[in-house]
Design a protein around this ligand. Structure first.
Ligand code: MF3
Ligand code: CO
Ligand code: CO
Length: 258
């Protein structure tokens, strides 16, 4: 364990940099959205993301991170997270695909993801994706000074399980600033009243991965691609957020959206 355990409180100046990085990451996701159509390869999405990122003077955080080979993660259907873009992987009607982008702007990170429908989703895919986005919303709604990290996971788990789905345990949200992944861990399951107390200036991601069947995952032989053990569907939505004096600020919204 070489992960820093101290939870950093960001200064006003650092929060401003996180806002810029978060907004640009959100805008990249928005830029890629119209490309999500049957027939497009995940490598085409990756390459457009990399081109756009460079054109905006930013850097892709995943590229080269712990040896990760591409600029974004593209996770289709049973892939839970960390799917690697590939020219031979073509989106087809009925797929769901999570696109996860992390940009570095002036040394600070913005990390956000969304699960898109390719063409027309099946009823179960539609429900899973809608429930997962609502899980992120409910998790974020728990964030305020004095709340605890366990409140976030409890809200997400209660809702996901009440809808008949399961919460991935092996991947969690994370503190983020000038470091991509740092303390604290933010589990998307848990118990109200447990865990560290939230304070203004803390910044972390909330990124629930919700499965149609079992919560158990396995990692494929490429060392990255995480899939559901039962190969049923998985969806994910992610925002980077800051604890404010009176609640929460979502940092990964495009300009103009509150
Ligand atoms: N963006 C992912 C997250 O939400 C991390 C991707 S790491 C990579 O934390 F190396 F797979 F890109
Ligand atoms: Co991410
Ligand atoms: Co993240």
């Amino acid at each position: 364990m070489n992960k820093q355990q101290t939870i950093v409180i960001l200064s006003k100046r650092e929060l401003d940099k996180m806002r810029k990085a978060g907004r640009l990451a959100a805008e990249l996701l928005h830029h890629l959205e119209p490309m999500v159509k049957p027939g497009v390869s995940t490598l085409e999405l990756n390459d457009e993301a990399e081109r756009w990122t460079q054109a905006h003077g930013a850097k892709s955080a995943p590229l080269g991170y712990k040896g990760y080979p591409k600029s974004i993660c593209t996770s289709i259907n049973e892939v839970v997270c960390h799917g690697i873009p590939n020219a031979k992987q073509i989106l087809k009607d009925g797929d769901i695909v999570n696109i996860d982008v992390t940009l570095i702007v002036d040394g600070y990170h913005g990390d956000t993801s969304k699960t898109f429908f390719v063409g027309t989703p099946s009823p179960i895919a539609k429900k899973l994706v809608e429930v997962t986005e609502e899980c992120r919303r409910r998790g974020i709604a728990e964030v305020m000074p004095g709340a605890r990290i366990g409140d976030i996971g409890a809200a997400i788990q209660e809702y996901a399980e009440a809808q008949g789905f399961s919460v991935v345990r092996d991947f969690v949200g994370h503190g983020i600033s000038n470091i991509f992944h740092t303390a604290p861990d933010i589990p998307h399951y848990g118990t109200r009243g447990k865990g560290r107390v939230l304070r203004p200036g803390m910044v972390f991601t909330i990124e629930p991965m919700i499965n149609e069947g079992t919560w158990e995952v396995e990692v494929l032989s490429d060392g990255w691609t995480a899939v559901t053990r039962d190969r049923k569907l998985s969806a994910q939505f992610e925002h980077t957020i800051a604890v404010t004096d009176d609640g929460v600020e979502i940092l990964t919204l495009p300009e103009g959206e509150i």
